[in-house]
Design a protein around this ligand. Structure first.
Ligand code: APR
Ligand code: ZN
Ligand code: ZN
Length: 360
C-alpha cells in the first residue's frame, strides 16, 4: 500500500515551490514512516530549490522536523508506533572508517530510506535525505531519534538542523567551557544557537557580531554579554577592547563569508580556536598570511551539523529545554501552514525571522 499525502515540492530550478500529492510506500526493512508534526524552514531548503545543491529535481523539501512514528518496517527494534522523534540527517552507520575509530559524529556513510517517495511516478529527492514538508515522510530508522514527548513539535524539530548546528559549533566543535570568551559572527538562528550553547557551556564573555541591529537585540536575549555592529565599527578591534587587548578563546563564524571568517581568525587570542559553521559557496576563497596561521597557533575547525551525535545530543537537549535551562521557544519566529513555505523563504531572505516553522 502507498500513502498519498500533501508535500512541498521544488519541481525545477528557481521556480516557486508547490504543494503536490506525493506517494509514500509502506516502510520496508530498517525504515520508518513518520507522521510529521512540525518542520522548520532552513536555508538549505531554499538552496535546493535554487539548484545550488544538485540538479536532482524534483525535491521534496523540509528537513528540520519532529513527528510521531506511524509504522515501522521489518527489523526496526528501537522504535514503536507513537514514539515522538526528531529527524536527523546523520544516521550513523557504525561501520565506516570514522565510526570504527570511535568517531560516529563524523560518520562518512550515513544512511537514508532505501525506498523512494514519488510524484506522478517520478522519484523525489528528499532534502538532506528527509523531506518533511509533508504530512508523512519515509526515513531510515536511524534518522529518527526518540525524545521526551512533552516538548512541543515546533520547538523540538529545530534541534534537527539549524539550532543543533549552532549549539554544537560551540559545545562540540569549539569545546567552549567555563570561563571562556567567545565571539559569534552572524546572529541568525545558527549564530544565536551558538550563543546559547556558549552560555550553557559556561562562557563568561559572549560577543555577538552582526550588521543588523535587530539581530543584535535578539542575540542579547539568547545570552550575548556584548554586541558589536560590524557595519559601524571594526569588529576585530572592538573584540580586542572587550577582552583586555587579547581576543577571544573561541571565534565562531555562523554566516559562511570570507570577510567574517577573516574577522573571526584575527579576533582570536593566541592559541584560540576558530569554528566555521556557516556554509560558504564553492566560489569563495580566503587569503591569509601563513605566518599568521603559524604564529597565532591554536585550531581552525569546521563544524558539520554541530559535530552532533543525534542519539546522545537530541534527548539531552530536549531535557535541558524542558528543565528551563535551554531557551528554544525564542527561535520560533512564527508558525505557518504547509502552503506558506514559499513566502517563508522570502521572509528568510529579508532577514525578518529566525525560524518559520510549518505545523502539520
Ligand atoms: N557581517 C556580519 N553579519 C552578517 C554579515 C556580515 N558581513 N552578513 C550577514 N550577516 C548576518 C545577518 O544579518 C544575519 O543575522 O548573518 C546572519 C545570518 O543569519 P541567517 O541568514 O538567518 O542564517 P542562519 O540560518 O543563522 O544560518 C547561517 O549557517 O548552517 C549555515 O547555511 C547556513 O550558511 C548559513 C549559516
Ligand atoms: Zn559511519
Ligand atoms: Zn537545515
Amino acid at each position: 500500500m502507498t500513502h498519498q499525502v500533501k508535500g512541498v515540492v521544488a519541481k525545477s530550478k528557481g521556480e516557486p515551490v508547490s504543494i503536490e500529492t506525493i506517494e509514500i510506500p509502506n516502510p520496508g526493512p530498517g525504515e520508518v514512516l513518520i507522521d510529521v508534526k512540525a518542520c522548520g524552514v532552513c536555508h538549505t531548503d531554499l538552496h535546493y530549490r535554487e539548484g545550488a545543491i544538485n540538479d536532482e529535481f524534483p525535491f521534496l523539501l523540509g528537513h528540520e522536523a519532529a513527528g510521531l512514528v506511524e509504522e515501522v518496517g521489518e527489523g526496526v527494534t528501537d522504535l514503536i508506533p507513537g514514539d515522538f522523534v526528531i529527524l536527523n540527517w546523520r544516521a550513523v552507520c557504525g561501520h565506516c572508517r570514522s565510526c570504527r575509530r570511535g568517531r560516529p559524529w563524523n560518520c562518512f556513510s550515513t544512511h537514508n530510506a532505501t525506498q523512494k517517495m514519488k510524484l506522478d511516478g517520478k522519484e523525489l529527492s528528499p532534502a538532506l535525505g528527509i523531506g518533511a514538508f509533508a504530512e508523512k515522510t519515509l526515513v531510515a530508522a536511524g534518522q529518527a531519534t526518540k525524545v521526551n514527548p512533552e516538548a512541543k513539535p515546533e520547538v523540538a524539530g529545530l534541534i534537527g538542523c539549524g539550532v543543533m548546528a549552532g549549539l554544537g559549533a560551540a559545545m562540540n566543535t569549539g569545546q567552549v567551557s567555563r570561563g571562556d570568551s567567545v565571539a559569534v559572527f552572524g546572529c541568525g538562528g545558527v549564530g544565536d544557537a551558538a550563543i546559547e550553547g556558549s552560555r550553557l557551556a559556561g562562557a563568561h564573555t559572549i560577543i555577538a557580531v552582526d550588521i543588523d541591529s535587530t539581530k543584535l537585540e535578539w542575540a542579547k536575549e539568547f545570552g550575548a554579554t556584548h554586541t558589536i555592529d560590524s557595519s559601524k565599527v571594526d569588529p576585530v578591534e572592538a573584540i580586542r577592547e572587550i577582552t583586555d587587548g587579547n581576543g577571544v578563546d573561541v571565534a565562531i563564524e555562523a554566516i559562511g563569508l570570507p570577510i567574517t571568517y577573516e574577522q573571526a581568525f584575527y579576533s582570536r587570542d593566541l592559541a584560540g580556536t576558530v569554528v566555521l559553521v556557516g556554509v560558504p559557496n564553492p566560489e569563495m576563497k580566503i587569503e591569509l598570511p601563513m605566518i599568521e596561521i603559524f604564529g597565532r597557533g591554536g585550531t581552525l575547525k569546521s563544524s558539520w551539523y554541530g559535530d552532533c551525535l543525534p542519539s546522545r545530543d537530541f534527548p539531552m537537549l530536549i531535557d535541558l529545554y524542558l528543565q528551563g535551562r535551554l531557551e528554544l521557544d525564542r527561535f520560533v519566529s512564527e508558525t505557518i501552514e504547509l502552503d506558506e513555505v514559499e513566502e517563508a523563504f522570502h521572509k528568510m531572505e529579508r532577514g525578518e525571522v529566525l525560524r518559520s516553522v510549518v505545523i502539520l
